[in-house]
Design a protein around this ligand. Structure first.
Ligand SMILES: Cc1cc2nc3c(=O)[nH]c(=O)nc-3n(C[C@H](O)[C@H](O)[C@H](O)COP(=O)(O)OP(=O)(O)OC[C@H]3O[C@@H](n4cnc5c(N)ncnc54)[C@H](O)[C@@H]3O)c2cc1C
Length: 301
């Protein structure tokens, strides 16, 4: 549409989850790099290592002369279980594990990024991110990787193909088990995850049968690493540094289908609005946001 566009990206590399989250074996990074190169060829400027809310705020962008701001900062804040032992050495969020390996190339000798050499890994959660984390852990050399999930096979939230690929690669499914504690040794390293067996009870409001703990069924699965993959939410940094926006109960920016927020000139879309969703929805939100920005800028003139 002829506007000057600048992207401010917190990481040293652009591409979001497509670069730091989704592993190379599912989405070759060369494809993402080619897309980003197309943007720069079109004249889009990209400023890396720029954290909005820290390096510069949304208000300061307007002061610098930007006429509109689109917030597409994703949902990169991992959720945790809040159980004892979660701070032990050897507990990762899926985000951290994936970022260390995908973006920071921890598996390569010519990179300094440290990663634990693990043998027995429990992944808590059973969505697509859990499957990616499990398959990455396996590729990093783990002998046993267990997907630990409180519901049963019919309730697995991951896409069927992702489950099949994980199984084909030897990922073990430890279903109907809910973690209640992570155990460690005197040096603070993980030694096991304590689980409570579950049975499926009545369906919840979404129709999914609720897991119910079986009394006195606790047991400990011996592992040296626990990866938590139970979901993410939008990082509160922009929320805490930008006036005039409203937010959903889960921390997403409130915006309509065109990305229009409660603050004139500020637009938003993708996971930052919806919470963790899909690439295609985020791309669609970007297009809708661009249209709304065009209408907004024209209406001011
Ligand atoms: C492991 C994993 C696997 C997935 N697999 C699939 C899949 O197979 N298919 C699918 O459709 N979807 C998948 N998804 C979901 C999909 O990747 C996301 O829905 C999509 O990337 C959202 O795009 P986005 O642009 O809204 O956010 P993101 O891709 O998260 O991009 C947000 C960008 O904003 C940057 N940022 C954040 N805060 C700031 C700030 N304050 N200042 C500057 N920059 C900031 C981040 O560094 C990031 O680069 C997966 C997600 C994960 C985590």
């Amino acid at each position: 549409m002829g506007y000057d566009v600048t992207i401010f990206e917190a990481f040293h590399k652009s591409g979001g989850v497509l670069v730091y989250g989704i592993p190379q074996f599912r989405l070759p990074k060369e494809i993402v790099a080619a897309e980003i190169e197309n943007l720069t060829k079109m004249g889009v400027k990209i400023v890396n290592n720029a954290i909005i809310g820290k390096s510069i705020t949304v208000d300061e962008l307007f002061e610098e002369g930007y006429e509109a701001v689109f917030i597409g900062s994703g949902a990169g804040l991992p959720q945790f279980l809040h159980i004892p032992g979660e701070n032990l050495l050897g507990v990762y969020s899926a985000n951290e594990l994936l970022t260390r390996t995908n973006l920071m190339k921890a598996y390569r000798d010519d990179y300094d990024t440290p990663i634990k050499h693990f043998h027995r890994v429990a992944v808590v959660g059973a969505g697509n991110v859990a499957m990616d984390a499990a398959r990455v852990a396996k590729r990093l050399g783990a002998e046993h990787v267990y997907i630990t999930y409180r519901r049963g096979r019919d309730e697995l939230p991951a896409r069927k193909e992702e489950v099949e690929h994980a199984e084909a690669e030897g990922i073990e499914f430890n279903l109907l088990n809910n973690p209640c504690a992570i155990h460690g040794d005197e040096d603070g390293h993980v030694t096991g995850i304590e689980l409570i067996r579950q049975e499926l009870g009545e369906p919840d409001e979404k129709g999914r049968r609720k897991p119910v703990a079986v009394p006195d069924s606790n047991w400990v699965l011996d592992v040296d690493t626990v990866i938590i993959a139970i979901g993410t939410s939008p990082n509160p940094l922009i929320r805490n540094t930008t006036e005039g926006l409203t937010f959903t109960r889960k921390g997403g920016i409130e915006a309509d289908e065109g990305g229009v927020t409660s603050r004139p000139g500020v637009f938003a879309g993708g996971d930052a609005v919806t919470g963790s969703a899909t690439v295609i929805l985020a791309m669609g939100a970007g297009k809708a946001g661009a249209k709304s920005i065009d209408e907004y800028i024209k209406s001011k003139k």
